[in-house]
Write a protein that binds this ligand. Sequence first.
Ligand SMILES: NC(=O)C1=CN([C@@H]2O[C@H](COP(=O)(O)OP(=O)(O)OC[C@H]3O[C@@H](n4cnc5c(N)ncnc54)[C@H](O)[C@@H]3O)[C@@H](O)[C@H]2O)C=CC1
Ligand SMILES: O=C(O)C(=O)[C@H](O)COP(=O)(O)O
Length: 388
Amino acid sequence: MLIVADENIPLLDSFFSDFGDIRRVSGRELSPDQVRDADVLLVRSVTQVNRGLLEGSRVRFVGTTTIGTDHVDQFWLESQGIHFCAAPGCNANSVVEYVLAVASLHASRRGLSNWARQSVGIVGAGNVGGLLAQRLERLGFTVVLCDPPRQQAQFDGLDEPSATEFSSLEQALECDLVTLHTPLTREGEHRTYHLLGAQELATLRPDQLLINSGRGEVINNADLLARLQQPDAPTVVLDVWENEPNIDPQLLQQVWLGTPHIAGYSLEGKVHGTETIYRALSRFLGLPVRKQAGQYLPQPPLSKLAFTSNAGDDAIQQALHNCYDPRRDDARLRLSMAGDEQQRAQAFDRLRKEYPVRRECSSLKIQLKGSSKSMGEQFRSLGFKVNI
Ligand SMILES: NC(=O)C1=CN([C@@H]2O[C@H](COP(=O)(O)OP(=O)(O)OC[C@H]3O[C@@H](n4cnc5c(N)ncnc54)[C@H](O)[C@@H]3O)[C@@H](O)[C@H]2O)C=CC1
Ligand SMILES: O=C(O)C(=O)[C@H](O)COP(=O)(O)O
């Protein structure tokens, strides 16, 4: 069996070499010729998987080690009887930690003494948005969820009956922090392409923070640039951009923090993505599942942080920054944006390819001296290991 795989998928040999030969390719530049004689195609978000790529090939199974599926023409694959599998939720925790780190830095920057007094509008309450809502609520934030497809499903009795209350996009956009976690969809009643355009962006106030770590095209980037050039602009953080890797350098200059689509790039998130597709391929081939992510995730050297009883929110915020500080990724991106358009695009992809190992909050052990039990619970709810 021949497996053609994006060279940026981690642990390809560990998980897939028992199935057959692996041909590593550049996902961004994959051509029909490179995949024609393959049985299995494994991709990340940068490969457009469609008729143009696969017509006439031998491929019977396509796996993407990502949550997002907007790069895959699933309708065409199905019409050809090609099995498709994605990795829902694989890096959701990584994205949640990214958003919490950003929110915490923003609070420090604004000198907010109690960051949880803020309201957070979450647009898209699926694996990422739902997990984020849980964490924020435990920390005491007021959370407003906007998810019209789930709201509709709840109304139709199709979604799990729960106490979840959904709000409109307008209500979410009134919150102190607004964070986008929808898939990119271009059709249908709830399509998200340019969900935020000039009209929606005009409603945002200068004291608000808007974060996009879903897909770039969910915000009209030209309208966003125009809005950011106004004196009453909100603060904006972008992990995802229209036209990646050709991002708009002017837009990067205007946002507070800009990162190269790495919100989901914790080591845990990446390895879980590979594991999910390994499992799916094993099932597809009728073979036993023998490997799991835990075998290949090196135990992180547990760093320790100590806090005393009077440490309030500061302690949680410090711990979050200690674990992951998005300002480093922002600085790397800004430094790499010299040169012409092609050089900038290559630099964007290089930052992603050579991304340093990032571990999640579970790699940090918090030592609390004389602190309350509830403080310990808050740390635990964020995934930290806690000693009281
Ligand atoms: N920046 C990064 O590194 C990463 C980005 N992502 C992006 O985040 C997206 C969300 O991930 P998950 O939460 O795991 O997906 P999910 O499929 O579990 O949840 C998405 C939610 O968005 C809702 N939704 C759809 N259309 C909507 C609309 N018009 N308005 C409001 N809500 C809407 C859906 O009903 C669903 O509940 C992915 O599709 C992917 O594009 C995911 C992982 C990493
Ligand atoms: O999982 C997703 O969806 C993502 O956006 C990925 O984290 C993006 O990573 P690449 O597939 O582009 O490496």
